[in-house]
Design a protein around this ligand. Structure first.
Ligand code: FDP
Length: 331
């Protein structure tokens, strides 16, 4: 009889090998439990009229979907119950949420259901999260962590049941939900690395925005698009998931040439703490890179606010380096 290695078994041995505490296990157990509940609600949501809009806008002026609300409450519930979290930042709330300020050990930044436009079609969405640890050596000032300070980041692809986890200085690993609703690691699966061979590399961006990008970005695209397939499903969680396996580059450039100037987004659209940093951290652990519109490493950006926005270019290092040279000349 063949028994797969469960996610918790993998983590237990990882923590023991690196002589680390079990607190992190408790935290990840809470997050994966939340992901399974979200998975359940997402799969059955159409039958229960739960895939539509909630009729409110969130702190970022976006229409909240009922599933966004449900997913957010689930994650927050399990983070609170874990007792491990000092403070959480969620896409759905304007301010950080204080949980266990005295006894907690971690800061968690999350997007409960990334890719909202996919919800009503039952298409892939993702729970994206990043984890940083409190300062154990000195006083803790509670500052919003940059990507370079993260200890882990992950994406649960829902409803596909695939979980990608990056651990600092360790690598990227994938787990799949089995029939018993356990995340397991397929036998002989390797640490995940972005493929160096460009034969399957892809470009992923919202092409309908193309004319709104800076001339530098537009000309880079024109020069490179013939060489690669183009894929875009409209959820960073899903697009980045695919990119990790095939290689290439996902980008959400700054919008600077919109015919309606109030629609410009010179700072970018994606949120640093729980979207860009998650992808950038996973990319780094998989041998890739990520930059913003000025060519700065995403992981080095100091967050100015919980919902700090940024442009994002993430994926295979040679492509990120190639566009970086152009962006640097521009700025
Ligand atoms: P969404 O707004 O649908 O929640 O910021 C989140 C995000 O999706 C990403 O997941 C996705 O890559 C991007 O925004 C999609 O934006 P566009 O619809 O402008 O392409």
């Amino acid at each position: 009889m063949k028994l797969e290695q469960s996610f918790m078994d993998f983590m237990l041995h990882h923590q023991e090998r690196h002589k680390r505490s079990y607190n992190f296990l408790v935290l990840l157990e809470a997050i994966q439990t939340a992901a399974k509940y979200i998975q359940y609600f997402y799969q059955t949501g159409s039958l229960k009229n739960m895939m539509g809009e909630a009729g409110v806008v969130n702190c970022q002026d976006e229409n909240v979907m009922k599933m966004d609300d449900i997913a957010d409450s689930i994650v927050l519930h399990y983070l609170r119950r874990s007792n491990q979290v000092i403070c959480a930042v969620t896409e759905e709330e304007p301010e950080p949420i204080r949980l266990n300020e005295d006894g907690g050990r971690y800061f968690v930044y999350y997007d409960p259901l990334d890719g909202s436009s996919n919800i009503k079609h039952n298409l892939p969405v993702g729970l994206m999260f990043a984890v940083a640890k409190k300062n154990l050596e000195g006083p803790e000032d509670g500052h919003l962590r940059s990507g370079a300070e993260l200890r882990a980041a992950g994406i649960f692809l829902i409803p596909n049941g695939v979980f990608t986890l990056a651990l600092a200085d360790t690598g990227v690993f994938r787990f799949h939900l089995d029939e018993t609703m356990t995340y397991v690691r397929p036998e002989n699966s390797e640490r995940l690395m972005l493929p160096e061979d460009p034969k399957n590399w892809e470009l992923s961006f919202n092409s309908s925005n193309r004319k709104t990008f800076s001339p530098v970005v537009q000309s880079w695209i024109e020069e490179h698009e013939q060489k690669y397939a183009f894929r875009y499903m409209g959820a960073l969680a899903g697009d980045f998931h695919r990119l990790l396996s095939n290689g290439g580059m996902f980008m959400y450039p700054a919008i600077v040439n919109h015919p309606k100037p109030d629609k410009n987004r010179p700072k970018g659209k994606l949120r640093l703490l729980y979207e860009a940093n998650v992808a950038a951290f996973i990319a780094r652990e998989a041998g890739g890179a990520a930059i913003d519109e000025a060519g700065n490493d995403i992981l080095d950006i100091k967050p100015e606010s919980p919902h700090h926005r940024t442009a994002l270019y993430v994926g295979s290092r040679p492509l990120v380096e190639s566009i970086k040279t152009r962006l640097r000349k521009k700025s």
